[in-house]
Design a protein around this ligand. Structure first.
Ligand SMILES: Nc1nc2c(ncn2[C@@H]2O[C@H](COP(=O)(O)OP(=O)(O)OP(=O)(O)O)[C@@H](O)[C@H]2O)c(=O)[nH]1
Ligand SMILES: [Zn+2]
Length: 224
């Protein structure tokens, strides 16, 4: 019998509109995939022949919209948008995989466990989830929609770089997205470095499958 063909989600570009921000005017694109509404923010003309400055950001309602200091998401989002605007072109994918894929209320349950001493990984596992349940498959078609093939990716997460490479993109540079530690997020950041493999000092060698990725000297430091 034929093996079923493993296909990614069907991704549709549904709508686009202007998004004026404090850093300048982006274009906001709505994509639907598997019943979810994902977003892309683009700035300037995307030059398909040059590597594109890209941020793949996972939804964090508490950090992105409610000013939470428990994590680095809000500051990373603002820093990435400011960097793209400063460069004059680039793409931010805003993926609706809240709480590393477990959803908002489960993330809040994980926070409640962390309030009583668990770290971010143990809390997920105690709730019966993987430490990180994200799936980046939707990125492939979203980035293909904009016609880019070579990427300069703003992230501290080598698994994100590896996922993009597995989809066939050439990641020519990883740009650390370093956010200042605060008393509220210091333990969280340290757990990400120790248990989830995040590269948080901005100067470590990439641990992804390929070692030629250029680590930029000019990390996108927090603007706060
Ligand atoms: N389950 C869970 N999710 C969290 C927690 N803190 C933040 N998140 C989610 O984690 C996601 C962001 O992932 P991070 O691990 O902060 O960073 P990353 O995307 O892997 O890496 P960067 O590209 O460097 O930002 C968002 O979806 C947040 O909602 C937590 O304690 N528990
Ligand atoms: Zn967050």
């Amino acid at each position: 019998m034929d093996q079923p063909i493993c296909q990614g989600p069907i991704v549709q570009h549904v709508v686009q509109t202007r998004l004026p921000t404090e850093w300048g005017e982006f274009t906001l694109h709505g994509f639907s995939a598997d019943g979810k509404e994902h977003l892309a923010l683009t700035f300037g003309e995307i030059d398909r022949s040059a590597p594109a400055l890209v941020r793949v950001h996972s939804e964090c309602l508490t950090g992105d919209a409610l000013f939470s200091q428990r994590c680095d998401c809000g500051a990373q989002l603002r820093t990435a948008l400011a960097s793209i605007a400063r460069e004059g072109r680039g793409i931010l994918l805003y993926l609706r995989q809240e709480g590393r894929g477990i959803g908002l209320f489960n993330k809040l349950r994980a926070y409640a466990l962390q309030d009583h001493g668990a770290d971010t990984v143990d809390a997920n596992e105690r709730l019966g989830f993987l430490a990180d349940g994200r799936d980046y498959a939707v990125c492939k078609e979203m980035l293909e929609h904009f016609g880019v093939t070579k990427l300069r990716v703003m992230t501290n997460n080598p698994r994100k770089v590896a996922a993009l490479e597995n989809f066939g993109f050439e990641v020519v540079e990883r740009i650390p997205l370093v956010v200042r530690a605060t008393p509220d997020n210091r333990a969280y950041l340290s757990t990400k470095a120790k248990r989830l493999g995040h590269l948080l000092d901005g100067h470590q060698a990439p641990v992804g499958p390929k070692r030629y990725i250029r680590e930029t000297e000019n990390a996108a430091h927090s603007i706060e």
